[in-house]
Ligand binder design. Structure first.
Ligand SMILES: *Cc1c(COP(=O)(O)O)cnc(C)c1O
Length: 227
């Protein structure tokens, strides 16, 4: 078995999350999304055997082939950029974390309408303004929110963000706090189901949880370094 102590890791991380919830005082529930990108289906099966039921990938093609091959009963999340011409695959995912442009919103809305059931999405916000990262700025999101609220092919359940890699704690807190405010802006625009905050990765999940994360996306800390 390639990931022998995964169940132990999961329970140690769970404790760290629970302690961070107490420190942060937001009282939220937090779910772990196991990010299996670049690993084989054995990582997906190991996650399942360790009791995890939510698996995330950042590329559609890689996700689709693992879904078929792994053949375990997990929920699949897409956490990376989705090209508009792949919007038709969105329905294979329980949640798209990366609605990052108005044009993608249109494409996903159309796909949801065609499907006859809305697609569950998170709006990606780029709080830090890093050019290498996708997502709406806080002000763009505020102006786009009413349009989003009118898209009945979408079920907008919250916000996702990524902090700058290796950032200092104050920068991390500002980023995660900004995502929390973006979620509030969505709710004020009438997107009352926007309750989730997907933020925090292996290096910064505890601070993200302290700042209110409801979903943490963990790769390296579960499966080791990616090759
Ligand atoms: C790879 C990835 C993660 C997991 O990163 P780790 O640092 O390995 O935990 C989380 N979110 C997204 C969007 C990713 O692409």
């Amino acid at each position: 078995m390639r990931f022998p102590d995964l169940a132990d890791r999961v329970s140690a991380i769970r404790s760290r999350i629970d302690e961070a919830i107490v420190r942060g005082g937001h009282g939220q529930r937090v779910e772990m999304i196991a990010i299996t990108k670049t690993h084989g289906v054995d990582a997906v099966r190991a996650a399942y055997e360790a009791g995890l039921r939510k698996v995330g990938e950042n590329r559609v093609q890689e996700a689709l082939s693992k879904m078929d091959e792994a053949d375990v009963d997990v929920e699949w999340h897409l956490v990376g950029h989705l090209q508009r011409n792949k919007a038709k695959f969105a329905k294979r995912f329980a949640l798209i974390h990366s609605l990052d442009t108005p044009r993608l919103a249109d494409a996903l809305n159309e796909a949801g309408l065609a499907e006859g059931s809305p697609l569950r999405v998170l709006v990606q916000v780029n709080v830090s303004g890093e050019e290498s990262k996708g997502g709406f700025s806080a002000s763009d999101l505020t102006s786009f929110a009413p349009s989003l609220a009118a898209m009945s092919g979408l079920d907008v359940v919250g916000v996702m963000t990524m902090a700058p890699y290796g950032a200092r704690e104050d920068v991390l807190r500002a980023t995660f706090g900004g995502a929390r405010e973006a979620r509030e802006a969505l709710q004020h625009a009438g997107l009352t189901r926007a309750c989730e905050l997907s933020m925090g990765m292996s290096d910064d999940f505890e601070i993200a949880v302290e700042e209110g994360a409801t979903m943490v996306r963990l790769g390296t800390i579960l499966f080791g370094a990616r090759t």
